[in-house]
Ligand binder design. Sequence first.
Ligand code: PLP
Length: 407
Amino acid sequence: MGNEDRNGRKISLERAEELKGYYQELSGIEKGTDSSSVSRYEEQKRKLLSLLGGEEKDWKDWKWQVKHRIDDVDDLAKILKLTHEEKEEIRRCGEENRFAITPYYLALINPEDKKDPIRRLCIPDSLEMMAEGEADPMAEEFTSPAGVVTRRYPDRLIINVTNACAMFCRHCQRRRKIGGSDQDATKEQLEESFEYIRNNPEIREVLVTGGDALMLEDEQLEFIFSSLRSIPTVEVIRIGSRVLVTLPMRINDRFLEMIEKYHPIYLNTHFNHPREVTPEAIEACAALSKAGVPMGNQMVLLRGVNDDKHVVHLLNREILKARVRPYYMFHAKNVSGTTHLGVSIDEGLAIMEYLRGRASGMLIPTYAVNAPGGLGKIPMLPQYIVEKTSEKIVLRTWEGKLVEYPM
Ligand SMILES: *Cc1c(COP(=O)(O)O)cnc(C)c1O
C-alpha cells in the first residue's frame, strides 16, 4: 500500500468508528417473535380454544376465526383480567362504536398490562366518548363519481368492495361506515364502478379496499379481479387489507392460487407495532411473496402504540424482514372517537428526522397527512433545505452538517 492509500484507509476507519456511534440497539421493545410473546400467545390461544370449543384446525380456519370473533364483554373478561369498572366502560363504549376481535388477535394481548399497545388497538376506551373530531374529515361522501368508487387522483382510484373488517380498529378513520352491520358492495354497484373505470381510461391503477377487501369470499374477489382485468387500461391492482395483522389465516392456498391469475397485484397492509409481526403473520407474508405479491405497509402514528422513534424503527425492521416495505406513516386524522390516539405533527417529524441516515432507506416510509376535504395525501419531511438562491442551495445532512450545492 502506498502512503496515500494508507492515509485513506486510516480516515475511513475513523469515520467508520464515528458511524458506529450512531448505531442504535433496539433492545427492550418486545417483538411478536420473542419467546415471551410466543408463549403468552400460546397460553391465551389455549384459553380461547377452550372457551369457544375449538381445536387447532379451527384456529387455522379464517371463517372459524371470523365466526367466533369476541364481541361480548363477558367473554372478553374470561380472557383478559377486567375489573367490574372496566367491564362497564367497555360495555358502554362498545354500544356507541362496536367492537369485534378475532380470537387470533385477542390472543396477542398481554393480559397483565393495562397499557398494552395491542389492547389499545382493539378494546373500547372511555376516551372514545369525547365529543372532539369530525365524522368524515376526508369528505369521502363527496368524492364518489360512480358506484362504490372514491376518486381523488388523476390516474388511480379506490373501489370500496365491503365495509366489513376482521376486527374493528379503535383508531378507524372510517368508523362512520362500520356502525351498523356488515355490507358488501352489490353486484350492481360493482358493475357501475367497472363501467366508470372502463369509460375513464386514464385510470391505470385500482385499489380494491373497504373495509377490508379480503373479508370477501374468494369467488367474490375473483369476480372483481377478473372484471378489472377485462379492462385493458387497468395496469395494476392494489389490495388494501389488514388481514395479515388481524387474521393471517385468511391467506390460504385457495386464495393464493386464485390471485396468481390476475397479476400484477400489490397488497398494502397495516402493521402498527412490532408485537403484531408474529410467526403466523410472517408465514402469511412469505406465502404472498412466493405468490408474487409485493407488499407495503401503511402504519398510523398512534399515541401509546407507536409514538416512539425506536418502536417505529423496530416495527419497520421486523416487517422488512417479512418482505413488507414501509410505505406510509399516516398522521391520524381528526375523526371523532379517535382523537385521544392522535400524535402531533412535530412528534411525527422527529421520528422521520431520527430514521433518515440512521436506518436503511428501505425502512423509511413517507410521512403523510390527509388533506381535509378529500384533497389527497401530503408528504411531510423535516426541513433539509436551509437556504436557496438562484445560484446555490444550502442543505443539511442527516447528521446536521451543512453542505453547499450549485443549483
Ligand atoms: C390513498 C388513496 C389513494 C392511493 O394513494 P397513493 O399515494 O397512490 O398510495 C388513491 N385514491 C384514494 C381515494 C386514496 O385515498
